[in-house]
Each structure stands twice: as C-alpha cells, then as structure tokens.
Design a protein around this ligand. Structure first.
Ligand code: TYD
Length: 208
C-alpha cells in the first residue's frame, strides 16, 4: 500500500539527503510539510545512535529489529507519519525501509530485513540519491562522529543492495504506483533541489 503525499529520501552516507531536506525546509510551502528522519529522536532511535556510534555492539539481527521497532513508532505512533498524512499534511523523511533493506541486507542477509519491513506503507514518491562511496566518503570525512557503516567496503555493498532493491520494486506490482526518482547526487545542490521540487510540487496536496 502507498500513502499519498508521503515522500522518502534515500542514499548511502554522504549522498546529500539531509542537505536537500534543509533546502526544502526553506521553501514557503514547507509549512504544509511534516519533516522527520530515521533513526528517529525517540527512545529506540536514540539507542540506535549509540549502536551506530560503536558504543554498543549487537548482533546485526538485533539491530535490524531495532530499526524496524523505531520505524513502527515513527509510522503508527501518536503524531507519526500516518497521523500527519491523515491531518492533510505532506510528509518528507530522511531514510525509511529501503535503508534497512540495503544496510541490514548487507549485515544480516536480505531475508530478515524483508520480513521485518513488509507491513510498512510505501511512500508515493521515493528519491534515491546515487553516488559512489569514494565521493560520498570525501564529503563526510570532516564530521566529528564516524558511524559503523561509514567505510568504503560497507558502502560499496550497500549501494549495490540499494540498486538491486529498487530494481525489484520497479518490477513488482506490489509497489502500488510508488514513483522512484534516481538522482545523480554529484550534481550541484541547486540543480538537485530543482529536480526534487519539480516532483514534490506535483503531489496531490500541492495541486489542491
Ligand atoms: P544518517 O541519516 O546517515 O545519519 P547521519 O546524520 O549520522 O549521517 O543515518 C545513520 C545511519 O543509520 C546510516 O549509516 C544508515 C543507517 N541506517 C540503517 O542501517 N538502517 C536503517 O533502517 C536506517 C533508517 C538507517
């Protein structure tokens, strides 16, 4: 099932999704959009940040469950994605099930993340920011915190998983009309912002 007016940004670390969300927030229309990200700011999301920072080491399967638990609250919890869409807002989020299918697909195989994520609603619009890990890692090397997946080898495998997963959705009738837009994330940010707005401005909420 897809949710109308629900938009997801995806890509490997350093692909520039957060930068584009910042640009989108500056638009006057952003008052009609609810923005959020995964991992969330909730208790499970905060715990995930500790795992991502390398403070706590868990079995990769446990991490996959935690990402799904954080997501369940994000989607169905009070004031979550479903509530926002029902209140007539557009929802734009940084990362969603495709991150689990790609990143946890590498760390614990495809099957578990698939099972854990099969019930979540799909966005009506998905942007995939494509970039090779050499370029993306160059962008994030000056950050204070390095997270567990931020290395060339892991991100190379993750990008491969993303491309496979998206191909599957493109060819699958269960995708229910989810529109997938692949962005060349090495383009100038202003150019990318224009492409993104050209799609978001076509959502039902901005047409009514
Ligand atoms: P990210 O948004 O890149 O955070 P930061 O602002 O620190 O760059 O997300 C943090 C990491 O979490 C990123 O490496 C991808 C990973 N992640 C998963 O592995 N699975 C998931 O389901 C999600 C939502 C994120």
């Amino acid at each position: 099932m897809t949710l109308d007016n629900f938009v997801v940004f995806e890509g490997i670390d350093g692909a520039g999704t957060s930068t584009q969300i910042k640009i989108l927030k500056e638009r006057p229309e952003s008052s009609r959009i609810s923005f959020s990200a995964e991992p969330t700011e909730g208790p499970t999301g905060r715990f995930l940040r500790e795992i991502l920072g390398g403070k706590i080491e868990l079995n990769p399967k446990t991490t996959a469950f935690l990402f799904a638990a954080d997501r369940a609250e994000h989607v169905w919890g009070k004031g979550g994605i479903v509530d926002s869409v029902n209140e007539g807002k557009a929802v734009v989020i940084d990362r969603y099930i495709f991150s689990s299918l790609a990143y946890q697909g590498v760390s614990c195989g495809k099957e578990l993340p698939r099972k854990l994520n099969e019930d979540f609603p799909l966005p009506s619009l998905l942007f995939f920011f494509d970039i090779n890990p050499e370029a993306s890692l160059k962008r994030i090397k000056n950050r204070d915190v390095t997270e567990i997946y931020e290395n060339n080898d892991y991100l190379t495998q993750t990008r491969k998983q993303y491309l496979e997963v998206l191909e599957e959705y493109k060819n699958n009738s269960h995708s229910d009309g989810m529109k997938i837009v692949t962005i060349d994330a090495t383009k100038p940010k202003e150019e990318i912002a224009k492409i993104i707005w050209s799609h978001i401005s076509n959502l039902p909420i901005f047409k009514s």
